[in-house]
Design a protein around this ligand. Structure first.
Ligand SMILES: CC(C)(COP(=O)(O)OP(=O)(O)OC[C@H]1O[C@@H](n2cnc3c(N)ncnc32)[C@H](O)[C@@H]1OP(=O)(O)O)[C@@H](O)C(=O)NCCC(=O)NCCS
Length: 161
């Protein structure tokens, strides 16, 4: 599979990001990342939304919030047909490099406790699991919080800043 380019999303991308998020990330939960919420996220100055498209097809997306204490990855998804080709890693790297350029070195996020796929993925990227929040997802499922300190990240990431 050739490398799919990653770019900033546009407001018109909000519905398809929300739809893919619903099936990939929010299955079995109330739909919280609706097109309206994704669009609201995209409008905020301190938020970043990047997508990867293959032709017209949405292959992956990442939503992040830049705050005073670091960068929070709110949503990350890669469509099933594009998984295990390095796209998830590239989307996270895209946010991490933006964070480093902004002078922010603390990355954090939550995943569903039962999402072993994502937990293995983030462990592979150097994220460490810190705490568990009971019922974080609509009272249905616990969350695992993960963090990564970019100040002690790989030499490759530091060189790119
Ligand atoms: C988690 C997710 C984003 C990973 O995206 P991806 O493009 O498939 O991941 P990559 O190809 O970049 O994988 C990087 C590394 O992570 C690890 N990894 C990824 N998926 C894995 C899986 N299912 N099982 C075990 N390890 C996995 C591997 O070490 C992999 O490297 P390798 O393929 O060379 O062995 C994708 O599976 C996904 O969208 N899942 C559903 C939504 C989700 O869980 N989102 C995250 C929580 S919001």
């Amino acid at each position: 599979m050739s490398e799919i380019p990653v770019r900033l999303a546009r407001l018109g991308d909000a519905p398809r990001i929300a739809n893919l998020s619903r099936t990939l990330i929010e299955a079995g939960l109330p739909w919280s990342w609706t097109p309206r919420r994704v669009a609201t996220h995209m409008r905020a100055r301190e938020h970043l939304t990047a997508i990867a498209t293959d032709g017209g097809e949405l292959a992956g997306f990442v939503l992040a919030q830049f705050g005073s204490r670091g960068v929070h990855i709110a949503l990350l998804g890669v469509a099933p047909a594009y998984q295990r080709h390095g796209l998830g890693r590239r989307l996270v790297s895209w946010v991490e490099e933006s964070a480093s350029i902004a002078g922010l070195f603390a990355m954090h996020l939550e995943v569903r406790a039962g999402n072993q796929q994502a937990r293995r993925f983030y462990a592979n990227l150097g994220y460490r699991e810190t705490t568990r929040s009971a019922g974080y997802y609509s009272g249905v499922e616990d969350a695992i919080r993960l963090e990564r300190d970019l100040a002690v990240a790989s030499p490759k990431l530091r060189q790119s800043t």
